[in-house]
Every structure is written in C-alpha cells, then in structure tokens.
Design a protein around this ligand. Structure first.
Ligand code: BGC
Length: 729
C-alpha cells in the first residue's frame, strides 16, 4: 500500500486540479464570469449551444412526462456533462419553492406571506430574509434557478397576480424586490426578475397589448425593474405573455435590446415566460432562452433555430451571445463552483419563524374604533366566523402556489376549464387563525361558525362579547377579480355580523384591494393578505397586541372602480384569442399618483395603516443641490412600543405639481423615544424621462417635499432648490 504524506497528497491534488483547469480553463475562479463564459462558450458545438437556449417544463401536464434527469418543478434545461455544465433546474417563485401538480410527491416548502404583505412591511430586511429562506430551500431541494422576483406594478386592483407582486410604487417595489433577489442569490443560485414588462392584468394575457408611451413606461414599471436590476443583478429576466406597444414582450427589440441590454447594460439572460414565444427570430429581438417550450406552437429555439443559424438567417454570433449570457449568470451565481445538489437539510421550523415575523409585520390595521383592538385578554366569549379559519390561512393560486410540508390542511377546488383549471383551488395551510386565537386567549370561550348561513353567523355573533369575522378573496394566476367585492356573498355575511355585534373585527385575507360596503358598522378592520406558513399566528399576534401593527398599504384601496381610467376591464367580453389594447393612459401616474392628480378620494390611501401607538414628525430639513436630502424626527408619542414607516413624497418639481414616493423608512421606537431619519432621493425620482433624447432630465428649480404617514396624510412640508441635470437612461 502506498502511503502519501499530507504534503505530498496536497501537492498531488493541486496538480490534478491544475491539470483539470488546463483542460477546463473556465474553472479558474480568478477569472471574471464574463471571461469564464467566453472561454466555455468557445468550446461548445452548435448543438450544445442550441441545447442551452431552450427547454421543457418539468412537470407532468397534458400527457407530457417529466423530462429525464429533471427533479421536477417549473422548467428544465439539460446540462452538458462533457464540459461540466450543470443542468438548470428551475422552480417558482417569490413566495416559496413550489411543487406544481405534486410532481415531487409529498415535498412541501415554507410559504412566505404574499408579495403585497411583504410590500406592506416597508421593510427591506424582511424582504432579504424571506428571499434567503426561499433560496436556501430551493438549493436544498436541488434547484439552481428560482423564478422569483415578480415586480409588475399594481395598475389595476383586479389583477389576479397583484398578490405575487409588490404594489403600485416603483421605488417601494423596486427596492423590496432587489432585497428579495439578493436574499435568494446569496444562497448561490440564480433569481429571475419578472414579468418584463406591463403584464398588468391576467384576463387574456396572451392577447393583451399594453399601450403606454415611452417616457411613462420608463418612469413607472421599467423604473421598478431598473432599480431592482441595479441593486441585485438578477441572473435572469423573464419576459411576459402580453404585448407591449404592438410587440410580444419576448420578441420586443426595443424592450429587450435597446432598454434592457442597451441602456441598462444588463449582462444576464432573458428567459421567456412559459408559452410566450411565437417565432424563431425572437432571438434576434433579444430573447435568449425559450422556456416551458411544450406550451408554444413550436420548439422555435430547437431545430428551427439550428437550421436558421446554419443557413445564416440568424447570426451565429447572436446564438453565441445568448449562450454566453446564460453561462455568465451561472458562473456569477456560483453554479459551477458550488454546484447545487438535492437532498440538503431544511430547517422548516426556523424558516417558518422568518415567514411569521414578516407576515405579522405585513398586516395592516385599517380601522380600530375606540381601541377595540388589541383585544383584552379578558374577553370572555369570542365568536370566530367564516373564511375556513379552522383550517388555515388562504393563499393565491397559480404557479406561485406553495404547498406546506405535510400538505395543505384543506383544499377547496374551484375547478374550471383550460390550462389553469388544474391550478384553481383554494389552499388552506394548517396555520389556523381559530387555533391561534384560542391559544392567545386560553381563558375565553372561542366558538366557530363556518359562515355558510347568515342567520347562524348572526346568532353566534350576538352570543359573543367579541367577533372575528373573516373575509376571503381568492385570487390566482390566469384570471382577474370580477370586481372588488368579496366573493360568495361574504359582504352580505359580514354586513349582517357587524350589524349584530358592534365589537366585530373584520379580518381580510385578500389578493389586493377590496371594497368594504360594511365598513361604517365594523368595529375594526385588519388586512392580513395571504399570510403564509404562520399566517394564523400572525393574525392572532396583531389581534391580541403581541405585535403592534406596522403594515402600510402598498396599493391604494379605491372607493370604486370608476376612480380608475379603465373601469371596465379590458379584454373582458372580447372573443377568445382576439388581440385587444390595454391603454395605460394614466402613464406613470399609477395608483396614488393618479389619485393625487384627479383629486379623487380613495377608501384607504397608499401608505396608510394604523398602530396601537401614535407617531409624530418634526424638525424637517430639506437640502437641495444634485438631489434632495430630507431629514426629520419621528417620535413615538403613545404608550406602547411600535414601528412606523414614515414616507417622503415629492409634491412639486420645478413648478409642476405631482406626487411621488421618494423615500421611506422603518423605525422601531419605544414610548417617548424619537429618531432622526435622513433620506436622499434617487435623482430619477425627481426627473422626467426624455424619450427623444433618451435620458433623464431633472429640471432646475424649486422642489417641494412632504413627510407623512400616508399619501394623503402629509404632516411636514418643505422644499429646496435642485440643480438642472441630465442622467443616463
Ligand atoms: C408564470 C411564470 C412562471 C412560469 C413557470 C407562468 O405561467 O407566468 O411566472 O414562472 O409559469 O411556472
């Protein structure tokens, strides 16, 4: 037996590594991801390049079986063993690692609260922590691409996917999604920001042509993407199903080549949404990879692309660039150096704690008559009504649906035809608000009425000291809300309950804004969104005061749909498979910005949310120059500790009245404590986009700002002179 000394064995290993590196120079970690990608791509055959730019879904659907070698989830791009290129194992989404159609039997994951809940925290740290949970679980399960980072602005309160996104403001949404992506990518995997761009509604999403003018687009949805991409360098960008100004977004040269890769210098790859590719030449229009290809009419980026490259119809250099972009992001994320393998340990309890903290901080207290909340632990009888509160909290449907470890507690299928029919079910996860309330009030008699019969619920409400009545709005991918009511007659149920007992607290679990016809009579209203793994506990935390609510609305709750430029939902009633326009005439004045322009009064404004304490703002100082720097004191003037999310708005720019969120903070203060907050605006928030000159223009002059507790509650006002300047696009 030959025995090597330690020194000799290290030398041998180093030699072996050196030899391997001589054969595979792209494995030299001292080189940049660009250099490594270029070295590797040079070695690849045409077939290998083609192999990397398209791939199938990795779930069994429509009689298609899961591809060999795939772990099973959303998508799969086979690797190239000869060159040591790992396969891309892709899973959805921002709210946790999904298991579509149970392709991995029994494999659950930690569900985070919905995107709107996260946005309501106004807390980038929670976004990072949640992203880290998702990234860790993805990695442990063997996924190296997480299709996370949905950041389409909430332009329509009915949009079925608002719950996946981060609200209506580009600064808030862009910063939060960047933090989320950073949390994911810190685990050594790729994250995919999506859906680029203006996928503002789900109704006939493959036929909706989003119309917007260039400047408005740059100042709104594109700005959210731009901020996020700068701050988090996501490995991939997913283009959307819809058209933008006449081009399908996955085949839109202006969006992909001019803006994303040109003006912004984006170095990663553009992957299509699943079934969003309509031609081979999308590759010259800026698309780098066809995903979920069985959903398209053809595997365009397979044989047709190969033939087109061979014939010289599509430049080989473009295919090389697409290949290099994919490899570059794989190197940058660490996919070669620290390969992802399935079977890692997952701390579900620890991850649930992270989800719990974020869910509790995302809850928004909308109304609280005479301190009804927090509930006195001494309430003798509490009636909990409706919303499947005995089974868990609700979650949104579609590709982002997460199933908890151990499975859902209750699944209520909604059925329906077509591709999305299989995904239309309400999942309740076992984090039961009823159980959490019972735990928080061990001495109370807590009754439950499922809310099916109004008379029975009213009787339960009358028999109790306090009532907690749930209002659920299930939303899902592929469809929009019909209107802003709570479905299945729940508004009638709630109206009857709040009329029966003045101490009735309405707890909403909604995908977005809803109308509240019973608001005047309700004792208190709590917006709990979709609360994720510990949503039931988070609701009880706020109801009983273990957590002082600090969520703020990241989306305007309108008084009526007539306050929007598109009262009738575009595409509704249009024959199937017919293209139609969605005119985004509000331009960059999304949500509260448009309310500021029209003077309409919303039901609840953007940024709004109550606390069990009170806060005061003072000592405003505004400095001008290249941008505006705003500082002020926030004080807790109440009796309990709490968190505040002070907001800074631009209200006038060189003589032009407008409203834009230019900064926000999140501060935790003890009673009597105060803290100075200082924020400098990103100059693009002061600017307008000059589409002809392709630049941002800050007009010199007086700029007005306001500090407040919501978009309509502006406590401090000031201003400063800002210098004229232009900025690169
Ligand atoms: C969704 C994407 C998702 C993809 C893969 C599509 O239906 O729009 O957000 O990543 O499916 O599941």
């Amino acid at each position: 037996m030959i025995r090597m000394t330690t020194a000799a064995s290290i030398a041998a290993l180093t030699l072996a590594a050196g030899a391997a590196q001589a054969q595979q120079p792209w494995m030299n970690t001292k080189l940049s991801p660009d250099e490594r990608a270029a070295l590797l791509e040079k070695e690849m055959t045409l077939d290998e390049r083609i192999g990397l730019v398209h791939g199938p879904m990795s779930m069994p659907i429509f009689g298609i079986k899961k591809p060999d070698g795939a772990i099973g989830s959303a998508g799969y791009i086979p690797g190239i063993p000869r060159l040591g290129v790992p396969a891309l194992e892709e899973s959805d989404a921002s709210l946790g690692v999904t298991n579509p159609l149970g392709v991995r039997p029994g494999d659950g994951a930690t569900a985070l609260a919905s995107g709107l809940s996260l946005a309501a925290t106004f807390n980038t740290k929670l976004a990072y922590d949640g992203g880290a949970v998702v990234g860790r679980e993805a990695r442990a399960k063997g996924f190296n691409v997480q299709l996370a980072g949905g950041v389409n602005l909430a332009r329509d309160p009915r949009n079925g996917r608002n719950f996946e996104y981060l609200g209506e403001d580009p600064w808030l949404a862009g910063n939060l999604v960047a933090a989320q992506i950073n949390g994911i990518q810190a685990q050594g995997i790729v994250s995919t920001i999506k859906h680029f761009s203006l996928n503002g509604q789900e109704t006939s999403r493959h036929f909706a042509n989003s119309i917007i003018d260039e400047a408005a687009h740059r100042e709104s949805d594109l700005l959210a993407f731009q901020i996020a991409i700068e701050k988090s360098q996501p490995g991939s960008v997913m283009c959307a199903y819809n058209l933008v100004n006449g081009d399908y977004s996955c085949g839109a040269p202006h969006l992909l080549n001019d803006v994303l890769k040109g003006d912004w210098g984006y170095k990663g790859w553009v992957m299509s949404d699943w079934g969003a590719v309509h031609a081979t030449d999308y590759i010259v229009k800026g698309l780098d990879q066809q995903s979920g290809e069985q959903l398209d009419a053809k595997i365009w980026f397979g044989e047709p692309l190969k033939a087109a490259v061979e014939k010289g119809e599509i430049p080989a250099a473009r295919l090389s660039d697409a290949t290099r972009r994919i490899l570059r992001s794989m190197f940058a994320a660490g996919l070669f150096d620290k390969p992802v393998t399935p079977g890692g340990a997952i701390d579900y309890d620890g991850n649930a704690q992270v989800a719990h903290a974020a869910a509790a901080e995302g809850i928004v207290l909308l109304k609280n008559r005479e301190g009804l909340l927090p509930l006195a632990k001494s309430a003798k009888t509490i009636a909990v009504i409706g919303g499947h509160a005995d089974a868990g909290v609700l979650s949104g449907g579609g590709s982002s649906q997460v199933v908890p470890p151990g499975g859902a507690k209750r699944v209520v299928p909604l059925g329906g035809e077509g591709m999305m029919g299989a995904f239309r079910s309400q999942y309740f996860n076992g984090s039961s608000p009823l159980a959490a309330i019972r735990k928080a009030a061990p001495d109370a008699k807590v009754t439950f009425d499922d809310g099916r019969y109004v008379a029975s619920a009213v009787a339960a409400a009358k028999a109790a000291d306090v009532v907690v009545v749930m209002g659920n709005q299930w939303m899902g991918e592929g469809e929009d809300a019909f209107d802003l009511s709570l479905p299945n007659g729940q508004d009638e149920l709630i109206a009857a309950v709040v009329a029966a007992n003045p101490n009735a607290i309405v707890v909403l679990q909604t995908g977005g804004p809803v109308s509240m016809p019973w608001l005047d009579q309700a004792g208190a209203v709590v917006e709990a969104w979709y609360g994720g793994a510990k949503g039931g506990e988070a609701i009880a935390d706020v109801l009983f005061g273990a957590v002082n609510p600090s969520g703020r609305l990241p989306v305007t709750f309108p008084a009526s749909l007539s306050q929007y430029p598109r009262e009738a939902l575009p595409g509704r009633g249009v024959p199937e498979k017919t293209r139609f326009d969605v005119n985004y005439t509000e331009g960059s004045d999304v949500g509260y910005r448009r309310f500021a322009a029209t003077g309409d009064k919303p039901l609840f404004p953007f940024g709004y949310g109550l606390s069990y304490t009170s806060f005061a703002y003072s000592n405003l100082k505004v400095e001008g120059g290249q941008s505006v720097t705003v500082s002020f004191d926030v004080a807790n003037t109440g009796k309990v500790e709490g968190k505040d999310a002070p907001q800074v708005y631009l209200t006038g720019a060189a003589g032009k009245p407008l409203q834009r969120l230019i900064g926000f903070g999140k501060v935790s203060l003890k009673p009597g404590e105060s803290r100075r907050v200082t924020l400098t605006a990103d100059p693009r928030l002061l600017a307008s986009f000059d589409a002809t000159g392709r630049r941002w223009v800050v007009t010199g002059g007086d700029y007005q700002v306001a500090v407040g507790a919501s978009a309509t509650d502006l406590a401090l006002k000031g201003g400063a002179k800002v210098k004229a300047r232009t900025l690169k696009p």
